[in-house]
Design a protein around this ligand. Structure first.
Ligand code: SAH
Length: 333
C-alpha cells in the first residue's frame, strides 16, 4: 500500500468499496491517524493490560501451547500490544517465552511506530503470511476500516452506491442482491471483513487457537448507512478529500459470529466492551493504580468511564471471541 494506490485527482467513478479501500490505504500509509481519532488503547494502558490478561488465561485454557503465534491485526501505534506484552511477561513468563509476536499491518508509516515499541515482532501484510502454529489473535478497531458496499432500494429494484466527485452515484445492482437483514431501504455488506473472518476461522480450525475481535458495531445485523469519517477529531464528509480522513463503518458482529460457526469454530458473544472490561477486572485494576498514583485519580477515573460507560465506548463497542476448542473464554462465561 502506498501512494500508487491513490489515483490522480479527479478520481474516476468507482464502487464504494474500491473508493474506501484506496482512500483508507492512503490515509494510513501517510500519517499518524491518532490526531484524527483516539482508540481504547490510547485512552488507557489498562485496556492493553486487561487484554494481556485475557491472552494468559486463554493460553492456559488452550493447554499452554508452546510455541504459539501471538498476533495483532491493525496494531496502530503498537500501544495495545506493548501494554499487553508488559503484563504477559511480568505475570506469566512461561506464556511470554512461548509467544512469537506477529503484527499484521499494511501501513509502512505505522510499522515504524510499532517497531519502536515492539522491536521483537515480525510484520506481515496478510493473515495468510503467518507461519504455522496455534494462534492467539487480538484486533481492536481493525475490521471497521475494511471496505464495504452499500445497496439502496429503488422502485426498479436494488441499486449500488458508487462515488464520483465527492458524491454518491447509483448504478443498478448486479444480481443476486442478498436480502437485507430485517428489511429497510439501505444496507451494507463488508465482503472484506467476511472474507477475513472466514480466513481467520479456517486457520484457527486447522491449527488451533483463539481470537478476540473488538470494534464498534451491530450485535445483530441491521440495515442503514453507517459510513462515517473523522478528521481533526470531528465528523467529516466521508467522500470529500479522499485519503485525508479516517473512513470507517459499523462491524456486523452477528454475521462475523455466523461465519466463524460455519467454518467450524465456537463463537462467543458479542458482549459489550463495558461488560468485557469489567469482567476482566477493570475496576480492581483502576483502584490499584489510583492507590499507587493518587495524583492521577481524576485521569484514571475519567479513562475508566470512557472505556466502559454506556454513553461513551461501553455499549457501542463490542467484543466477539472465537475459539477452535469448546471453552468459554474469560469475559464470555
Ligand atoms: N488497533 C489500533 C489501531 C486501529 S486503526 C488501536 O486500537 O489503536 C486501524 C489499523 O489497521 C491501523 O494500524 C491501520 O494501518 C491498519 N489497517 C487498515 N487496513 C488494513 C489492512 N487491510 N491490513 C492490515 N492492516 C490494516
Amino acid at each position: 500500500m502506498n501512494d500508487a494506490a491513490l489515483p490522480a485527482a479527479p478520481w474516476p467513478e468507482m464502487r464504494l468499496d474500491e473508493f474506501m479501500q484506496r482512500a483508507v490505504s492512503h490515509y494510513y500509509a501517510t500519517r499518524d491517524p491518532f490526531t484524527d481519532f483516539t482508540t481504547a488503547p490510547e485512552i488507557s494502558q489498562v485496556f492493553g493490560e486487561l487484554l494481556g490478561g485475557w491472552i494468559v488465561v486463554t493460553w492456559v485454557q488452550l493447554g499452554r501451547p508452546a510455541p504459539f503465534r501471538l498476533v495483532e491485526a491493525g496494531p496502530g501505534r503498537g500501544t495495545l500490544m506493548q501494554d499487553a506484552w508488559r503484563l504477559i511477561s511480568r505475570t506469566a513468563p512461561a506464556c511470554a517465552a512461548a509467544a512469537r509476536l506477529h503484527l499484521i499491518e499494511t501501513s509502512p508509516y505505522l510499522r515504524g511506530a510499532q517497531k519502536s515499541r515492539l522491536p521483537h515482532a515480525t510484520w506481515h501484510d496478510r493473515l495468510a503470511e503467518l507461519p504455522d502454529g496455534p494462534v492467539m489473535l487480538l484486533a481492536n478497531e481493525f475490521l471497521d476500516t475494511l471496505p464495504l458496499r452499500q445497496f439502496v432500494r429503488q422502485e426498479a429494484g436494488w441499486a449500488e452506491r458508487y462515488v464520483l466527485d465527492g458524491k454518491f452515484t447509483l448504478r443498478p445492482a448486479e444480481p443476486p442482491v442478498p436480502p437485507p437483514p430485517g428489511g429497510g431501504d439501505i444496507f451494507e455488506i463488508c465482503e472484506a471483513a467476511r472474507a477475513w473472518v472466514a480466513e481467520l476461522s479456517d486457520r484457527l480450525r486447522a491449527q488451533g487457537g483463539a481470537a478476540l475481535l473488538i470494534d464498534y458495531g451491530y450485535g445483530e445485523s441491521a440495515t442503514g448507512d453507517s459510513l462515517q469519517a473523522f478528521r481533526g477529531s470531528k465528523y467529516a464528509d466521508p467522500l470529500a478529500d479522499p485519503g485525508e480522513a479516517d473512513i470507517t463503518a459499523h462491524v456486523d458482529f452477528g454475521v462475523s459470529a455466523e461465519i466463524a460457526r460455519a467454518h467450524g469454530l465456537h463463537a462467543w458473544g458479542p458482549v459489550t466492551q463495558g461488560a468485557l472490561l469489567t469482567r476482566l477486572g477493570l475496576p480492581e485494576r483502576i483502584s490499584r493504580l489510583i492507590a499507587e498514583n493518587p495524583e492521577q485519580e481524576a485521569a484514571l477515573t475519567k479513562a475508566a468511564h470512557r472505556l466502559t460507560h454506556g454513553e461513551q465506548m461501553g455499549t457501542l463497542f463490542k467484543a466477539l471471541a472465537v475459539t477452535a476448542a469448546n471453552f468459554a473464554p474469560a469475559g464470555f462465561e
